[in-house]
Design a protein around this ligand. Structure first.
Ligand code: IMP
Ligand code: MG
Length: 187
C-alpha cells in the first residue's frame, strides 16, 4: 500500500513500515526561510554557486533557492550511498558530476541530511581539488550522533536524533520523497 497520498496524515506506512510526523511542513518552511535570510546576508555582493546533492536535496534546494534574493548560479551532483537500505553502505559513488567551473567561485553545497558525513567528505575533497574561493555547507537535517567525519557544517536546519526519516525529498527505497512533512520511523 502506498499511504503517501494520504497526506496530511499524522502517520504513513511506506514499504510496510510505519512513520509518524516529525517536522511538520510549516516548521520546515519557516526554517528554510531563516536559512535563506542568513545566506542572503552572508553572500551579499557575491554570486555563489548553489550545488544540490541529488536526489534527496531536490525539494529543499528548490524551496531554498526561491528565497535567495542575491545573484546566484546552480548546479547538481548526484551521489549514491544508500541503495534501498536504511543504513548507508558507506560506499559513496559519483553518478553525476558538476557542469560548472568551481575555481575561484563561492560554493554552497545544499544537502538534505548529513548522517555519517561520508557523502559530504567525498564532495568536499572533490571540490577542494578545484580551488574554490570559498566553500560552505547547508544541510536541512543533521544527525549529530552519527557523524563520523570531522568537518564544519556552516548552516544546519534541524539537529535530529539517530533515527531514519523520510519525506520532503528523503526516501525509503525511493518512496516517500513527495511527502510535504518529514516523518520518522515509529518504533
Ligand atoms: P551520509 O553519507 O551517511 O552522511 O548520508 C548522506 C545521504 O544518505 C543523505 O544525503 C541522504 O540522501 C541519505 N540519508 C541519510 N540519512 C537518511 C535518512 O534518515 N533517511 C533517508 N535518507 C537518508
Ligand atoms: Mg542526499
Amino acid at each position: 500500500m502506498n499511504s503517501a497520498i494520504n497526506e496530511p496524515a499524522q502517520s504513513v506506512t511506506v514499504n510496510g513500515e510505519k512513520f509518524r510526523v516529525f517536522i511538520p511542513e510549516e516548521e520546515i518552511q519557516k526554517r528554510v526561510g531563516e536559512l535563506a535570510d542568513e545566506l542572503n546576508r552572508n553572500y551579499s555582493g557575491r554570486t555563489p554557486i548553489f550545488i544540490g546533492v541529488l536526489n534527496g536535496s531536490f525539494i529543499f534546494f528548490s524551496d531554498l533557492i526561491r528565497q535567495i534574493t542575491i545573484d546566484c548560479e546552480i548546479d547538481f551532483f548526484k551521489l549514491s550511498s544508500y541503495g534501498d537500505a536504511k543504513i548507508s553502505s558507506g560506499n559513496v559513488k559519483l553518478l553525476k558530476d558538476l557542469n560548472c567551473q568551481v575555481t575561484d567561485r563561492d560554493i554552497i553545497i545544499v544537502e538534505d541530511i548529513i548522517d555519517s558525513g561520508l557523502s559530504m567528505d567525498f564532495i568536499k575533497k572533490l571540490i577542494a581539488k578545484q580551488n574554490p574561493r570559498s566553500f560552505a555547507v547547508v544541510t536541512l537535517l543533521y544527525k549529530s550522533d552519527c557523524v563520523k567525519i570531522d568537518f564544519k557544517v556552516d548552516y544546519i536546519g534541524f539537529q535530529i536524533p539517530n533515527h531514519f526519516v523520510i519525506g520532503y525529498g528523503l526516501d525509503y527505497a525511493q518512496k516517500a520523497r513527495n511527502l510535504r512533512s518529514i516523518y520518522i520511523l515509529d518504533k
